[in-house]
Design a protein around this ligand. Structure first.
Ligand code: SAM
Length: 285
């Protein structure tokens, strides 16, 4: 039987480059939404709603939903599907180019009301497009003052890195940055068969509770992030050798001693407190 135009549109081809592995597991979708808690009084931002597996639950429960989808066809379909939900706004946009504070203070949904609403902390949810996981996380950390917590699905290996503790081989820039801004909890893992088409990897759902430690550690945000990037620059090198790229060896030796660090330690073995002490010792010289 010939397909109608509508049928064709409702099944867009998978766009591998957009990380389109759609959640096909109904229980999985429900569990992710439940991890957001009671959202009847909350604004929820969904990253990459796709075909609406998670969004279908959100529109019925959230006070306000902003769903950001880059794919033009999917965004148009979602807009149509949720047109009778005045609490839902579908933005056709690249999440990396979206300014969360602007989005939150404008209403751009079907009931067009551009009066600014009071900015409030939002909950973020998303089965993330895996090809830009780190970039999305960085954007969320940058916007930490606007976010209460995030429930995100990422590739299992990436979840392991985000949640890794110092001293483990998985600990690195992603772990340090994530733990500088959030408290990380692993919730559950889904197999490839929970998605259509199935990805090659397992997927883990994380809860990231915003709990920035910048003030407590006494560091300046920008400088410390750059410092983290530099110390995890070459993973096989010792901390001392990574630091020598930017500071003279004597200064590094003295600062490491002041932070109570052994000369041959690697960055992945050092916790955030000691890393901050080291950073302050180096920049105050
Ligand atoms: N939430 C849906 C689900 O669970 O079935 C879809 C998840 S799929 C893994 C990722 C979604 O993110 C896709 O719909 C894809 O088109 C969208 N996406 C990819 N890159 C994006 C970007 N830069 N900004 C917004 N959405 C993006």
């Amino acid at each position: 039987m010939a397909k109608t135009a509508n049928e064709k549109i409702s099944r867009p081809p998978k766009k591998a480059k957009l990380g389109q592995n759609f959640l096909a597991d109904v229980n999985g979708a429900q569990k992710i939404v439940e991890a957001l808690g009671d959202i009847s009084e909350a604004t929820v931002v969904e990253i990459g709603p796709g075909r609406g597996a998670i969004t279908d639950h959100l529109v019925k429960r959230a006070k306000r939903l902003i769903a950001v989808e880059i794919d033009r066809v999917l965004a148009a379909q979602l807009r149509l599907r949720y047109s009778r939900f005045p609490n839902a706004e579908v933005l056709e946009a690249d999440i990396l180019a979206v300014d969360l504070s602007t989005v939150l203070t404008q209403r751009i949904g079907p009931l067009r009301d551009l009066r600014p609403t009071k900015a409030e902390k939002v909950r973020v949810i998303g089965n993330l497009p895996y090809y830009i996981t780190s970039d999305i996380l960085l954007r969320l950390f940058e916007a930490h003052a606007l976010i209460d917590f995030a429930v995100i699905m990422v590739q299992k290996e990436v979840a392991d890195r985000i949640a890794a503790k110092p001293g483990s081989s998985d600990y690195g820039l992603l772990s340090a940055t994530a733990q500088l801004y959030t408290q990380v909890t692993k919730l559950f893992t889904l197999p490839p068969g929970s998605f259509a088409p199935p990805p090659l990897v397992h997927s883990t759902v994380l809860r990231l509770e915003m709990a920035p430690r910048i003030e407590e550690l006494g560091v300046d945000e920008k400088g410390f992030i750059e410092f983290l990037k530099s110390i995890f620059g070459m993973k096989r090198k010792t901390l001392f050798n990574n630091l020598r790229e930017n500071f003279d060896p004597e200064t590094v030796r003295a600062a490491m001693k002041a932070a109570g660090l052994k000369p041959d330690v690697r960055a992945e073995a050092v916790n955030l407190e000691k890393t901050a002490t080291l950073y302050k010792a180096l920049i105050n010289r």
